[in-house]
Ligand binder design. Structure first.
Ligand code: SAM
Length: 233
């Protein structure tokens, strides 16, 4: 059976370059390691998940593709399933940005021993970028993938020091902010849409928290609109 990846997973797979070994943390269906072994020259992979059920799904596809010698499944949380330096590339995709940050934080030796981290947070991308900066990682590549009206952010990082020139880079990404990724306009539209929902739900509310959130989101929408204007000029 030929594995066909979704556009999001295809972009993630494209970021796993020049690696012999990789780990897919939170693998669920297991498509990514199978695809990388079959198509991208990866020779060994670890597919892990905290839950038994998804790991069984992954094992099933590994068995179907007869890749039991190349892909090992491991049950456990985050990077606790790995020894430092055991794989070259670690992928964590389809999880919340706060969870990805926390998983990196609790196993710093494993995170820092990987040559490359490929991270695809579903939300809280700015929090994750800020964490990477303070934990001594350099973002070397940023990619975007679109599926329907969602735009996914993919962050590639390795040990190193990062120079941040504007706080907007935490929100919109480093490389594609500078190089104006073709999906940057769509990403900004999506972020404006999400912030508008926050503005609508906090408008007119009198609690201090709601009023602060209203102001922050309104200001952020203004900034995003300014960046959008620059893109179209
Ligand atoms: C939405 S799926 C994403 C699957 C796949 N990585 C992708 O991007 O398509 C999230 C997976 O992460 C797993 N997960 C959640 N918390 C985890 C943790 N702390 N450690 C490892 N896996 C976790 C879930 O069981 C689930 O299978």
């Amino acid at each position: 059976m030929k594995i066909k990846l979704s556009p999001r997973l295809e972009v993630i797979a494209g970021c796993v370059t020049g690696a012999c070994s990789m780990a897919d943390i939170g693998t669920d269906h297991g498509y990514l390691p199978v695809y990388l072994i079959e198509n991208k020259g990866v020779s060994g992979a670890i597919a892990s998940d905290i839950n038994q059920k998804p790991l069984k799904k992954a094992q099933k596809i590994i068995d179907t593709q007869q890749l039991q010698k190349q892909i090992e499944t491991r049950l456990g949380s985050g990077l606790s399933v790995l020894k430092p330096g055991e794989v070259e590339v670690v992928v964590m995709a389809g999880m919340g940005g706060l969870l990805i940050r926390d998983l990196l934080k609790v196993q710093p030796a494993v995170a820092r021993a990987a040559k490359k981290l490929v991270l695809q947070p579903m939300n809280n991308q700015a929090v994750l970028r800020r964490y990477l900066e303070t934990a001594g990682f350099l973002i070397t590549r940023e990619e975007l993938a679109r599926e329907g009206d969602r735009v996914y952010e993919i962050i590639v990082a390795e040990p190193g020091a990062m120079i941040v020139t504007t706080p907007l880079e935490y929100e919109l990404g480093f490389e594609y902010y500078r190089h104006q990724h073709p999906l940057l306009g769509a990403l900004i539209d999506r972020k404006i849409f999400l912030e508008q929902q926050i503005v609508a739900s906090t408008q007119g509310r009198t609690t201090a928290v709601a009023a602060k959130q209203f102001q922050e989101s309104s200001r952020f929408i203004e900034k995003l609109n300014e960046v959008k204007k620059c893109l179209s000029n």
